[in-house]
Design a protein around this ligand. Structure first.
Ligand SMILES: [Zn+2]
Length: 162
């Protein structure tokens, strides 16, 4: 189910073993992600996250909102266009950053990683799921799919509180 091209810069990631992982989102990027998720409610939103990777610690400094391209009901499903992801990658590189992952929202639903999310994922990105309840941010989690996309491990997600 590998629909996206593997970025050469991340080629070594899939063979690594899971350990302690942390993803830290800066205030500006987090505000962009939450605003996009709340605005898109009651539909799912999606977008890309870019920043820097330092060992097992990632810092997201740029969030790029993308359009949910799923043609059916978008209340419980999202799809992103590969060309939109490519454009986000170009934008990140132009700013001297790397693409770190993808975020999407779960309207009126908890921030878990669904079977569909796992199937549509890829093992070299972090996947942040934002729970929006009644149109407002509730909580969020980040997941790291394994190499064959049979499971995803939760990683510690830090965002600016207030
Ligand atoms: Zn989902």
């Amino acid at each position: 189910m590998q629909k996206w091209g593997r970025p050469s810069a991340c080629g070594g990631l899939s063979g690594r073993r899971f350990g302690y992982r942390m993803i830290n989102v800066t205030r500006e990027a987090w505000a962009t992600m939450v605003a996009h998720a709340e605005k898109t409610f009651p539909n799912e939103c999606c977008g890309a996250m870019a920043g820097r990777i330092d060992g097992d610690e990632k810092q997201v400094t740029l969030a790029v909102p993308m359009e949910n391209s799923y043609t059916g009901a978008q209340g419980a499903r999202y799809e992103l266009r590969p060309e939109d992801l490519l454009a986000a990658d170009r934008k990140a590189r132009a700013a001297g950053l790397d693409l770190i992952g993808v975020f999407h929202s779960h309207p009126d639903c908890d921030a878990y990683f669904s079977k569909t999310d796992l199937e549509n994922s890829c093992p070299w990105y972090s996947f942040v799921v934002i729970s929006i309840k009644g149109g407002k941010f509730d909580h969020a989690n980040s997941f790291l799919p394994n190499a064959d996309q049979t499971a995803a491990e939760k990683e510690e997600l830090l965002w600016p509180k207030s």
